[in-house]
Design a protein around this ligand. Sequence first.
Ligand code: AHR
Length: 498
Amino acid sequence: MHTAHLTIDPAFKVAPVSRRTFGTFVEHLGRCVHTGIYEPGHPTADEDGFRRDVLELARELGISTVRYPGGNFVSGYRWEDGIGPREQRPRRLDLAWHSTETNEVGVDEFVRWCRKAQVEPMMAVNLGTRGIEAAVDLLEYCNHPAGTALSDRRVANGAEEPHGIRMWCLGNEMDGPWQIGHKTAREYGRLAAETARAMRALDPGLELVACGSSSSAMPSFGAWEAEVLQETYELVDYISCHAYYEEKDGDLGSFLACSTDMEYFIRSVAATADHVGARLKSRKRIDISFDEWNIWYLSRFQGAAPPADWPVAPPLLEDHYHLADAVAFGGLLITLLRNSDRVRAASLAQLVNVIAPIMTEPGGRAWKQTTFHPFAQASRYAAGDVLRVEPVSPTYESADHGEVPFLHAVATHTEGEGTTVFAINRATDAPLSLRIDARALGGGTRVVEATTLTDPDVYARNTADHPDRIAPRPNPDIEHDPLTVLLPPVSWNVIRLG
Ligand code: AHR
């Protein structure tokens, strides 16, 4: 057995928890929209064709924002195709995913779905094949009250109130050669700056996100952020980060420590942004929108041929997550929270079917993947302030990240209400006895609830037939004096103190 400890002191604040950390992402990709959130013929479909079973799961997941409509899809998208009478909407080839887009769902339907799910919409504009004019037109259509051609069209399409969308992404992954309309940092930085200037002229209260790197492994990583921010610094609020991780060559130790790369990514981007700010003599601080993150077995997808015959909503990127994926995923969530002073928004990519916590059968059931649980628990219990907990843990050697601790943890605290510790044990061979020094919380501090997500088989998954094979269960191994909780090998843990 390994032993580790951490310290909880409400004085060691990182930042308030940002609800936007629990954002997610709906792209016109595979079955995320069609047979995901939207399926008119489904037994649970509501009057708008939205699946009620998916809506319920999305609410239970506790999502705060939803980014839309892409992703790679947005870089070839004409937003006007998705408004007005459905029967008049064009079918288009989607070059990003080699599919046919029916445009049955567009911005008005998406916002309606968000209102039903009680989440904040976050839009991306096409800076691949289009530019300033299309971005400003979309903004006017969405946010201007009425009395202009575009805003009156929205009213005529049934949305009398403006959509009031505050967060906007200026394109998507423009550093990637796979992106339609891929650009150099200088080309993109200039276009993003001028698009931001025009959008702000229409609505000064917007929060704008400039595209950062598609991963920390991009050859242009670092240089890209510096050049883009040099052009856009005073015009945007966030720079984006995207990161996906997978277990490679059976190296579970490295995989469970993938949050080490995310930490490095965040620190490097924050330092680069501050460096540009210093060069520009600006007192403004650029925050990070980590608006795509997840476990994704990208290497399997890259080996597959694109769908033949341009199908509508083919099953794409449908990863089925096991326990180890959920634990690595939990580690990423912990890292996002630990960096809450800089990461003020994040989007789990994606919400349904496409590398997603929720899976559906067309016409049938919906169920929770293993990764659903860390997200739902963190969203429910992370509240108040994020605390630095200074974990002290034995370490192991990993091929990809060098020496890493078995324990990865963070805590949040709300004065007068309670404290929650989120922790993963990365050890594959032994439990970890975690002592929690909570003296600063006062004498009577007790464990109110402790749950653990674990399984003897680290590759066990949930399925439609066995949707609860992997789910949080009460952790019986608690001692109160000193406060100690036993974390099983390869586990995600939530410990609530009161
Ligand atoms: O989330 C899947 C894809 O990953 C997105 O479309 C793209 O932005 C990223 O490369």
